[in-house]
Design a protein around this ligand. Structure first.
Ligand code: NIG
Ligand code: FE
Length: 411
């Protein structure tokens, strides 16, 4: 069990608790702060001058005036896969368009990989996430697309996170698209695949999953097919999330709001009706800056959403096709530079916003009773996350009170 630890001499503590810190609006910033945590949970937060008197057995750490922020909550990744698609990326940078169909080449590589190969890859990604300050992360299936392979992906994902999403409805796999039974009728092939997704596949995957998701987009699933998948998942006890409005306007956002989804992700192409539907719902709009960066699409307009009162989260969407970055600091930098977010909004969206997208109330903020997920930056202020793009600013990380990055120095 992690030891009781007092981090003191924190130049800027971002709590995401407006009651605790009067500066920075929702960031709840406390200057010259200290945090005490024990047994994996935060037990005290406040000005260092008021910190509880030192007691024996409490490890004392000095942040040297640096900033401390909540661990990032990456609410959208696809980290269980084989191979990569670097060539496809290079072709896109030379002018090709991104299309949903590229997913099928990762499906072939994933099916060919053994459990241990996928596990080893996953362990590498978890280390990569921690090194960049991410302490809570969701992982989707979606590169198996057969009952046995989807079951294996959610089972492997569950070994490293409790936030597992069943995405059997990612694309229609080859064996259905090319099945002579459908004679090239892609709608019929999709419907037949959806029958499997909501039947045997859901039954095999639901025990390892917390969420169900569907890619509601041209080239993937229609709104009607997506609805069948999401309703079946909800009936099996899973929470709903949706991939929508990534490649063009569509029905993803409306479907997500109607079904009370925790979040609808991408939201790159939105009508005014989509924005007002989101604003009057509890569905979080999760924006994925790495996707537009890596596909050369226009960025989503975060300003428009925030000004309309929509709750916005940022996530990496780390996957080998549309966004092969696991870095939340990178996403923050892009969101600030190109999506109209302030540095404060981008940090909030990457921590508290991600927690809301996962309907979690134990992470995403630094306050007594919450999980001790903390990141010490090699910087005096959170502003540096966007101000110093590409610079590795994550110095030390604690996940549930345990040091996962950096040496827990004696002072
Ligand atoms: O979120 N949009 C659908 N799925 C992924 C892309 C997966 C891929 O291209 O392999 C996404 O962008
Ligand atoms: Fe995705």
């Amino acid at each position: 069990m992690p030891r009781a630890t007092l981090i003191t001499n924190i130049g800027e503590l971002v709590t995401n608790d407006e009651q605790a810190g009067r500066e920075g609006g929702p960031l709840g910033i406390i200057r010259d702060a200290a945090v005490l945590f024990d047994d994996g949970l935060v037990t005290w937060v406040g000005p260092a001058a008021d910190a509880p008197a030192q007691t024996a057995g409490v490890e004392l750490l000095d942040a040297g005036g640096r900033a401390v922020i909540p661990g990032f909550v990456d609410s959208h990744t696809h980290l269980v896969f084989g191979g990569d698609r670097a060539e496809e990326f290079a072709a896109r940078m030379a002018g090709d368009r991104y299309e949903a169909g590229g997913i099928r080449s990762t499906v072939a590589a994933t099916r060919a990989a053994t459990d241990d190969e996928l596990r080893a890859r996953l362990a590498g990604f978890v280390a990569e996430l921690h090194a960049q300050g991410t302490t809570t992360f969701e992982i989707k299936s979606g590169y198996g697309l057969s009952v046995a392979d989807e079951e294996r992906l959610v089972r492997l994902a569950r070994e490293v996170t409790q936030e597992v999403t069943f995405l059997g409805a990612h694309v229609v796999p080859f064996e259905f698209r090319e099945d002579p039974r459908f004679d090239g009728d892609q709608a019929a092939a999709g419907d037949a695949y959806v029958d499997v997704v909501i039947g045997e596949m859901l039954a095999a995957c639901a025990p390892h999953s917390r969420w169900v998701d569907a890619f509601c987009e041209r080239g993937a699933f229609t709104a009607e097919q997506s609805r069948r998948v999401l309703e079946a998942g909800a009936a099996a006890g899973l929470g709903v999330r949706v991939h929508g409005n990534q490649l063009g306007e569509g029905e993803g956002v409306h479907l997500a709001v109607e079904l009370g989804a925790a979040s609808v992700d991408h939201c790159t192409f939105l009508s005014d009706a989509d924005v007002s539907a989101l604003a009057s719902s509890d569905t979080v709009a999760t924006l994925l800056p790495g996707v537009e960066f890596s596909t050369r699409q226009p960025y989503p307009d975060a300003r428009r959403l925030i000004d309309a009162g929509v709750t916005v989260a940022l996530a990496s969407d780390c996957n080998p096709g549309s966004s092969f970055t696991s870095s939340m600091p990178f996403c923050i930098a892009v969101a600030v530079r190109d999506m109209g977010m302030t540095p404060a909004e981008a940090l909030w969206a990457s921590t508290a916003g991600g927690a809301l997208a996962l309907r979690r109330d134990d992470v995403g903020s630094i306050r007594p009773g919450l999980r001790a997920d903390l990141v010490e930056l090699d910087a005096p202020s959170h502003l540096h996350l966007a101000y110093r793009p590409g610079v590795p600013l994550v110095r030390r990380v604690w996940a549930a009170g345990a040091p996962v990055v950096g040496r827990p120095a004696a002072t």
